[in-house]
Structure formats: structure tokens, C-alpha cells
Design a protein around this ligand. Structure first.
Ligand code: RB5
Length: 147
């Protein structure tokens, strides 16, 4: 599985921890930056990762900033993306099962690295349940086509 990753300066350390974990566990990572702790604008990086997922060049995406909020909002502006901001394992599992999310966002200033790794694992391993959720996702995605 190929994972698109991105962060801003506020998420760099956590992104690198998650990236190391993914690569050590056989995932292929495409890292869209940022690569330093110099102040930057998170949409520049989260947008690139989201576009890679939307185009199919990456299977899933993981984005990190200080709160996780800016990168999640950015990713969700890209057509085809369903990005969940998750800071607990229950939500990470539920959003795969019910929302079939293709991206996850986390905040480096919100949670520790150990919990972030548990959340990431739960999300990656979570399976979409389909069924009644199909029509809900279809209705959600239909808003993308509206003016
Ligand atoms: C950067 O200071 C911070 O605003 C950013 O990392 C993020 O939390 C925005 O949502």
C-alpha cells in the first residue's frame, strides 16, 4: 500500500515518527513535505498529498499539523477525499468502518507519539463495512458536485 504523507512545521516530528513506522512495516511512503521546522503554510503540503490520493497515485493519505485541523480541512477540499481528524482509536476504527475514509489527520500538539501510532494502525487495518453506509457516503460526496 502506498501512503501519501504531508505536514507543516507544527507536525514535522510526528510525521517523521509515523513515516518511519510505515516504512519499517512494508508500506511505501511518498512524502510531500514539509521537510524542515521552518514556518510554512500547511495547505501547500496537505493539498499535494490529498491530490495524490484523489488521483490514485497513492492509496491512502496521512497528514499532520499542530492541531490536525488545518490539514484535515485542506484535504477535504480536494474532490474525492474523505479525511478524518482522529485523536482516539475508537474514532479511527469507526471512520474506516462507516465513512471509508481515505485520509487521516492528526495533531502533533494534541496527542503523543504512542497513541498516534495506535490510531494509525487501527485506521490502516480497519475495514469498510459497506451496506447502509454506501448511500450515506454517496449523499456526502454528492455535495462536491454542487455550486
Ligand atoms: C501552525 O502554527 C498551526 O496553525 C498549524 O500547524 C495547524 O495547527 C493549523 O490548523
Amino acid at each position: 500500500m502506498k501512503i501519501a504523507m504531508a505536514c507543516d512545521h507544527g507536525g514535522l516530528r510526528l510525521k517523521n515518527v509515523l513515516k518511519d513506522y510505515l516504512e519499517a512495516n512494508g508500506y511505501i511512503v511518498e512524502d510531500f513535505g514539509t521537510y524542515s521546522e521552518d514556518s510554512c503554510d500547511y495547505p501547500d503540503y496537505a493539498g499535494k498529498a490529498a491530490k495524490a490520493v484523489a488521483s490514485g497515485s497513492c492509496d491512502r493519505g496521512v497528514v499532520v499539523c499542530g492541531t490536525g485541523i488545518g490539514v484535515s480541512i485542506t484535504a477535504n477540499k480536494v474532490k474525492g477525499i474523505r479525511c478524518a481528524l482522529c485523536h482516539d482509536v475508537f474514532s479511527a476504527k469507526a471512520t474506516r468502518a462507516h465513512n471509508d475514509t481515505n485520509m487521516i489527520a492528526m495533531g502533533q500538539r494534541v496527542i503523543g507519539e504512542g497513541l498516534a501510532l495506535e490510531i494509525l494502525t487501527a485506521w490502516l487495518e480497519g475495514k469498510y463495512e459497506g451496506g447502509r453506509h454506501d448511500q450515506r457516503i454517496a449523499k456526502m460526496m454528492a455535495y462536491e458536485g454542487e455550486e
